[in-house]
Design a protein around this ligand. Structure first.
Ligand SMILES: [Zn+2]
Length: 76
């Protein structure tokens, strides 16, 4: 019998958290896998292209290979 890592499926949504408003400006992204924390710029809920983070739909993924989307925080 093989034990698979059974991680709870948390529906973590990054940008989608801010449904009430359009995000433009700076936000902090936090990678749950490698704990990287970085400031990124958003324009109308769209991540401005960065070298380390990729936006897929409403979620942001770090380039460390994390399968979990990054958390997003207002930085103001
Ligand atoms: Zn990462």
């Amino acid at each position: 019998m093989v034990l698979l890592a059974d991680k709870k499926e948390g529906k973590l949504s990054g940008i989608a958290k801010a449904e009430h408003s359009i995000w433009s400006g700076e936000a902090m992204v936090f990678c749950p896998r490698c704990k990287a924390l970085q400031t990124v710029s958003l324009a109308g809920n769209t991540l401005m292209p960065t070298r380390k983070f990729t936006q897929k739909r409403s979620q942001i993924y770090h380039d460390c290979g994390s399968s979990q989307p990054c958390h997003l925080y207002h930085s103001w």
